[in-house]
Ligand binder design. Structure first.
Ligand SMILES: Cc1ncc(COP(=O)(O)O)c(C=O)c1O
Length: 432
C-alpha cells in the first residue's frame, strides 16, 4: 500500500480519484497521500519503540531536501519530527511549517556566513560541520554573535553504500564529511573553543540503501571513534546517523526497519547518547505521484512514444540517476491491448525519458497517467528548464484534498528579468 490504489478501475489517492484531481487542479501536478506519510513515520517509530527504551527514542529529523513543501513539513512536525536542513531556505521553510528550532539539524558542505548566523540566531539543535575551515568559521561567527554553537562533526567513514554513484556520500572520494583520522584533533580543537559546544558526531553514507551491511560498518566506525574521543575525556552526547534507507521503486528488497533499529540498538545505543536520524526518501517517496496527461502518441521509425505533459524539469530523477519509476494509466476501466512505449516528456533533451520499452495498456492523447513513487526528490528538484513552470502540489487526506503549492505565474517569472538600458546602445557602440 502506498496511499494510491485502484477503486472501480480508477486510480485514487486515498479516497479521491486522480481524474477528479486532474480536472480540478490541471496537470502536471504532484499528488501526495498524507495518510501514507503518517504510515511510514509510524513504521519507523514502531521499529524503534520495539528496539529501544522510551527514554532513548531517536529524534527523527526529516531530510527536507527530499520534499520541503511546507504543508508536508507541518504534518511531520505534528507527529513530533524535526528536520535536517541544508540551506537557509530549508531553515525558513521548516520554521514557517512550525518545526521547533530545537528539532532542526543543519548539514551540508557549503554553509554561508548568512546561513550560519541565522541558524545560530534561531537556536537550532545542531550544526553538522563538514570540514576544518567550516569549524573555524563557525567558531569565529559564533563568538562575534555572542553565541555558543552546538556542533557535531560529520564523519566520512569511507564505507561503500552500494548505491548509485551519484547518491553515494560516505566514501573517501566524496566531498562530504571529515575522514576518521582527522576527527580526533578537530574535535579536541573544537572543545577548546569557548564559542563551540561539541555535541558529537554525525554521518550520512548515501541514499537508497537496500542493504544493512554498509550501515553496520559505518555505525561501528562511529562507535570506535566515540570511544577514542571519550578516552581523551571529550564529551560526546549526540550521534546523528543520517538517512539513506531505501524504498522499492522496482524490485529492490524492502527496507528492513526492524533490522536497522536492531543495529542502532546493538552498536549506537550502548554509547548512551541522544540519537538523531535523518530519513528523507523513506518517509515520502511512496506517498507521491506525478500526475500527467498524454499529449501525443507518436509512431517513430523505430519506437512508439508516449509524450507526456510532464518532463524532466518536473521530475529529474530518471534523467539524473537513470532511476526507475513505474508509470500507470489512471483509468483502467476498459479492457485494452497492451503495447510497448518509450515514455518521454516535452523537454528538448533525449534524456527527458521516464522509461524505455515500457509495456502498458494502449493509451490515447488526453489520457491521464501517474508516475509512481515520486514523492521524494521530485518537486524539490524541479526547475524552470525550457522556461517551463514546475507542477502544482496537492495533498490528499482521506476524502479531503487541497492545493498546497500553486503553480508559478509566468508573468511573475518574466517580471524578474531586465534588459539593461545600455544594451540598447550596443549597435552604436560597435560602429563607434
Ligand atoms: C545529510 C543528509 N541527510 C539525510 C539525507 C536523506 O537521505 P535519504 O533521502 O536517502 O534518506 C541526505 C540525502 O542526500 C543527506 O545528504
Amino acid at each position: 500500500m502506498t496511499g494510491f490504489s485502484e477503486i472501480n478501475g480508477l486510480l485514487h489517492a486515498e479516497d479521491v480519484s486522480l481524474a477528479d484531481i486532474a480536472a480540478r487542479y490541471q496537470t502536471p501536478c504532484y499528488v501526495y497521500s498524507a495518510g501514507h506519510i503518517r504510515t511510514r513515520i509510524a513504521a519507523l517509530q514502531s521499529a524503534f519503540k520495539k528496539a529501544l527504551p522510551a527514554a532513548s527514542q531517536p529524534l527523527i529529523a526529516f531530510a527536507c531536501k527530499a520534499n520541503s513543501n511546507i504543508a508536508l513539513l507541518h504534518l511531520m512536525g505534528q507527529l513530533g519530527l524535526g528536520t535536517d536542513i541544508v540551506s537557509g531556505g530549508e531553515l525558513a521553510r521548516s520554521l514557517q511549517a512550525g518545526i521547533p528550532p530545537n528539532r532542526i539539524v543543519f548539514s551540508g558542505v557549503g554553509k554561508t556566513d548568512e546561513e550560519i548566523l541565522s541558524a545560530l540566531k534561531q537556536g537550532i539543535l545542531q550544526i553538522n560541520v563538514e570540514s576544518k575551515p567550516e569549524l573555524e568559521r563557525l567558531a569565529q561567527l559564533a563568538q562575534k554573535a555572542g553565541k555558543k554553537a552546538p556542533v557535531a562533526l560529520r564523519l566520512n567513514p569511507d564505507v561503500d553504500a552500494k548505491t548509485h554513484a551519484k547518491i553515494t556520500t560516505g566514501k573517501d572520494e566524496n566531498k562530504f564529511g571529515i575522514p576518521p583520522d582527522e576527527i580526533l584533533s578537530l574535535y579536541r580543537w573544537g572543545a577548546d573553543q569557548p564559542a563551540l559546544h561539541m555535541r558529537g558526531l554525525s554521518m550520512h553514507i548515501g541514499s537508497q540503501l537496500t542493504e544493512l551491511e554498509p550501515f553496520r560498518r559505518a555505525f561501528e566506525k562511529m562507535a570506535a571513534l566515540v570511544n577514542e574521543l571519550r578516552a581523551e575525556n571529550l564529551s560526546v552526547t549526540a550521534l546523528d546517523l543520517g538517512g539513506g534507507i531505501g524504498v522499492v521503486y522496482r524490485d529492490e528488497s524492502n527496507a528492513d526497519l526492524d533490522g536497522y533499529a536492531a543495529l542502532v540498538r546493538d552498536i549506537i545505543h550502548p554509547l548512551k547518547t541522544e540519537i538523531i536520524l535523518e530519513p528523507g526518501r523513506l518517509l515520502v517517496a511512496e506517498a507521491g505521484v506525478l500526475l500527467t496527461r498524454v499529449l501525443y502518441v507518436k509512431e517513430g521509425k523505430k519506437r512508439r512514444y508516449l509524450i507526456l505533459d510532464a518532463g524532466m524539469n518536473d521530475l529529474m530523477r530518471p534523467a539524473l540517476y537513470e532511476s526507475y519509476h513505474a508509470v500507470r494509466p489512471v483509468d483502467m476501466r476498459a479492457a485494452r491491448n497492451r503495447t510497448t512505449y518509450d515514455i518521454v516528456g516535452p523537454v528538448c533533451e533525449t534524456g527527458d525519458t521516464f522509461g524505455k520499452d515500457r509495456e502498458l495498456p494502449e493509451m490515447k492523447a488526453g489520457e491521464l497517467a501517474a508516475i509512481m513513487l515520486s514523492g521524494a526528490y521530485g518537486f524539490s528538484m524541479a526547475s524552470h528548464y525550457n522556461a517551463r513552470i514546475p507542477p502544482a502540489e496537492i495533498l490528499v487526506d482521506g476524502a479531503r484534498h487541497a492545493l498546497i503549492r500553486q503553480r508559478d505565474n509566468l508573468n511573475d517569472i518574466l517580471k524578474k528579468e531586465f534588459i539593461p538600458d545600455w544594451l540598447e546602445e550596443w549597435p552604436d557602440a560597435r560602429s563607434a
